[in-house]
Ligand binder design. Structure first.
Ligand code: GLC
Length: 428
């Protein structure tokens, strides 16, 4: 069974490989997506290290002069996707791109690739990409922490990678949609509308995009004018983790004069975590920087604390209590949102479903901090839902059914790199 699934996962990566970069899935997402490519690289690294590097190197070809790495790179025009390059109008070179970013997981993967081989070529590739990672992280810390809280803020729900999370409902409710021009969605022609965001949310996504476009995508102006500015615990913790990995890369490559800057970022972010703490629900949550309103639910981001290396004993104890409570309610871990929260929907996009890539990061942190029982529960559940429903985009935590796109690259990659039971067989 696992060997067949391994073969299917390989076939999906091959099928979605556009020659140096990989699309998430045919139809629904026909371009290169930022964090998808990074997870795909981790999958490629299990059998082709060169191809893994290429995926990340190609992603950084889309990096902007200000350091941002965009969330989509439009290497060719594909009318089956909306909103495409003619809507974003970013004037990026050498390829058109979107105007926002996505979770900065790349430095963590680059460290993995660097450590996968001691060859000189491998170190050289890491050395070439290092300044680009520095520039991207600097971009987050200089533009996306306008109140100097030590956290990272997003200017669009899509930038979080967790596009339709219930936590965005309050901040997005203030977005004025009266100036949104007529548009036609394409996502609902590829998958069941029940699994996708509702029309009023989509209008607001478009309204925020139009504000960024009217700012000419100038990083400082966008932050000053966007109606949606929310500090995100997932981005903050992923960036903190990535900074720790960047520091290790600098050490390994002997780039000692870069270390002080990264160490200062880490210290600032470690302090910043308290800004995201919601003491009522005892979890890290979003904070709307325009209104000060905090998120009210436990999202899967809460379980990234070990991955980020944050949390005093009591923070970790609350996280474990939430994990065990949710594991009683859900058949499979880890739902993207608390099943006991009114915003939970088990099959709608980020309002409940499980994402294999998020599980991968959660389990990695749990393993690293010695919580092998919870970590193994996350891995085994991920394997079960893939065995049951294939390489879907996401899965119901209640019945394990697959939803969204099919033959999905990052699900296949994470299967190969972590979830597959054949890894244990190989290690034995
Ligand atoms: C959706 C997800 C986002 C992902 C993209 C491509 O927009 O919310 O996280 O990067 O699909 O898979």
């Amino acid at each position: 069974m696992s060997a067949t699934l391994d073969a299917q996962a390989h076939a999906i990566l091959k099928e979605n490989d556009e020659g140096g970069y990989t699309i998430p899935t045919k139809g629904l997402y026909p371009y290169q997506w930022n964090w998808d490519s990074v997870f795909v690289a981790i999958g490629f690294a299990t059998f082709d290290l060169n191809r893994a590097w290429l995926e990340i190197e190609n992603l950084f070809e889309g990096q902007w002069d200000d350091g941002m790495v965009p969330h989509i790179i439009f290497r060719k025009n594909d009318p089956s996707y909306f909103p495409g390059p003619s809507v974003w109008q970013t004037k990026a070179e050498p390829f058109p791109t979107s105007g926002i970013s996505q979770p900065p997981v790349a430095a963590t993967a680059v460290r993995d690739l660097l450590e996968a081989s001691s060859s000189a070529d491998n170190a050289e590739r890491a050395r070439k990409i290092f300044p680009k990672l520095m520039a991207w992280h600097r971009w987050w810390l200089s533009y996306r922490d306008p109140q100097n809280t030590g956290t990272a803020a997003i200017v669009h729900p899509w930038e979080s990678g967790r596009d339709n999370l219930p936590d965005w409902d309050e901040p997005i409710s203030h977005v004025d949609t009266s100036n949104v021009p007529e548009y036609t969605r394409k996502d609902t022609t590829h998958v069941d509308p029940e699994m996708r965001p509702q029309k009023e949310d989509y209008d607001r996504y478009m309204a925020i995009l139009c504000v960024g476009r009217d700012c000419g995508w100038d990083a400082a102006e966008v932050v000053a004018k966007t109606p949606f500015l929310v500090a995100d615990p997932a981005i903050t913790m992923i960036l903190l983790r990535a900074n720790r990995d960047l520091l290790v890369i600098a050490e390994k490559l002997g780039l000692n004069d870069q270390k002080a800057e990264i160490e200062a970022w880490i210290a600032r972010q470690e302090k910043g975590m308290s800004f995201l703490w919601n003491d009522e629900i005892k979890a890290y949550v979003t904070v709307n920087l325009r209104t000060g309103v905090k998120g009210t639910g436990v999202s899967s981001a809460s379980f990234l604390a070990p991955y980020a290396g944050v949390g005093e004993k009591d923070v970790i104890a609350s996280m474990q209590a939430h994990f065990d409570r949710i594991a009683e309610k859900a058949t499979y871990m880890v739902p993207s949102y608390d099943p006991e929260h009114p915003g939970f929907e088990h099959r709608r996009y980020w309002r409940g479903p499980i994402w294999a890539v998020v599980n991968y990061m959660i389990a990695r942190g749990l393993t690293e901090t010695g919580d092998h029982i919870r970590s193994e529960k996350v891995r085994a559940d991920t394997a079960k839902i893939i065995e049951q429903s294939g390489f879907a985009e996401y899965f119901s935590p209640i019945d394990g059914t697959g939803a969204g796109g099919k033959a999905f690259s990052w699900t296949a990659a994470v299967w190969l790199a972590w979830a597959t039971p054949t890894l244990e067989a190989k290690a034995a």
